[in-house]
Ligand binder design. Structure first.
Ligand code: HMG
Ligand code: MG
Length: 315
């Protein structure tokens, strides 16, 4: 039987008022989601330096790279080299993305202690992104989950296109709930709900989260907003009010998805941390160090930072 959380049990208004977490864990996805969309190949040394700099900001979870097919995402073909070289700071987790058993095996051989599997809530996006139907992609997780359990490797799950699909348009909430609860039932300790194309607005984000939280405990949910239409920070706030305490973001707001044309990066980590700390919510992150890392990254990539907080810091 599912255990209902206090936030879910509370009447609506009370949940909004008292559901705000006192502490939020930021999952920094810049080295993976941020870099996977960069056209020019970035040297492995720069990727390694990025993760190492992030490790020194107080972040506790940094998605370091992705063991997907190098034919599909050439930018991250150096995943093993990068993962081997990054400093593994005690107390910091370094998950990596894996699409299938082959990706898991490569990640495990490289020493990964945490992986993330992913599926979309919409069939068409899943086909374009990983060349599989939703059911087929879930089938592919089974051996990954089995091996991870045997190796004591933690598995996070991503559900993409939770607020809309670039090919299909509207995505029914029941499809989002179905994929999220399936991943949770298979053993993913946390499910990150992704607005892949940054199309959602706060009311829709809230409704989506409530629907999923009816099936998966809110403590096992994270939110992952791309900022294509400038709604990401507002969506994060709406979800915090629902009691979510894990937020994915990308330093300097870099990124996008190679299989979602026009989608921009995740909400910038600097901007999320600024908002949270300003609201009295602890992140454990040294904001000036994070801003400095983001500015360093944007200079390496040769484009301006997408973080407004970072821009303001340089006047
Ligand atoms: P496929 O072509 O159908 O794969 O791709 P396949 O199983 O038929 O294998 C074809 C070839 O790929 C074979 O090599 C395999 O060995 C190789 P060949 O015999 O031709 O030489 N292969 C691999 N090589 C290395 N690592 C692997 C691997 N798997 C197969 N893991 C596949 C299917 C899933 C592999 C491919 O579609 C893929 O890698 N897709 C990844 C796309 C991607 O990375 N998208 C971005 C990440 S998702 C995202 O950004 C959303 C998220 O941020 C949340 C949100 O924003 O909503 C998470
Ligand atoms: Mg993403």
């Amino acid at each position: 039987r599912r255990i209902r959380t206090a936030a879910q049990r509370a009447p609506r208004r009370q949940a909004v008022m008292s559901g705000m977490p006192g502490r939020v864990r930021i999952v920094e996805v810049g080295p993976r989601d941020g870099l996977q969309n960069e056209k020019a190949i970035i040297p492995a040394a720069t990727k390694i330096e990025l993760v190492d700099r992030l490790s020194r900001t107080g972040l506790r979870t940094i998605e370091a790279t992705s063991f997907v097919s190098p034919k599909w995402v050439p930018q991250l073909a150096d995943a093993a080299e990068v993962f081997a070289a990054i400093e593994k700071r005690p107390g910091v987790r370094y998950p990596v993305l894996v699409p299938n058993e082959q990706g898991y095996d490569r990640a495990h051989a490289a020493g990964a202690r945490e992986v993330a599997v992913f599926s979309a809530a919409s069939e068409m996006f899943n086909r374009k992104n990983i060349n599989a139907s939703i059911d087929e992609s879930i089938e592919r997780f089974l051996p990954v989950m089995e091996k991870a359990r045997a190796h004591g490797v933690a598995v996070r799950g991503y559900v993409s296109t939770v607020l809309g699909c670039p090919y299909q348009g509207e995505v029914p909430l029941r499809d989002v709930v179905r994929v999220a609860s399936r991943m949770h039932a298979l053993g993913c300790y946390e499910i990150s709900l992704g607005d892949t194309i940054g199309i959602g607005t706060p009311g829709k984000a809230r409704a989506m989260l409530r629907a999923v939280a009816g099936d998966v405990p809110i403590e096992a949910l994270a939110v992952h907003f791309h900022d294509t239409r400038g709604q990401a920070l507002a969506n994060v706030l709406a979800c915090l009010e629902e009691g979510v305490a894990v937020v994915d973001s990308s330093v300097s707001g870099t990124g996008g998805c190679p299989y979602a044309k026009g989608a921009t990066g995740n909400v910038a980590s600097e901007d999320v941390v600024y908002m949270l700390e300003g609201m009295g919510i602890d992140t454990g992150i040294d904001l000036p160090a994070l801003i400095e890392t983001g500015l360093w990254l944007s200079s390496q990539l040769g484009h301006e930072t997408a973080s407004k907080v970072a821009r303001a810091s340089i006047g």
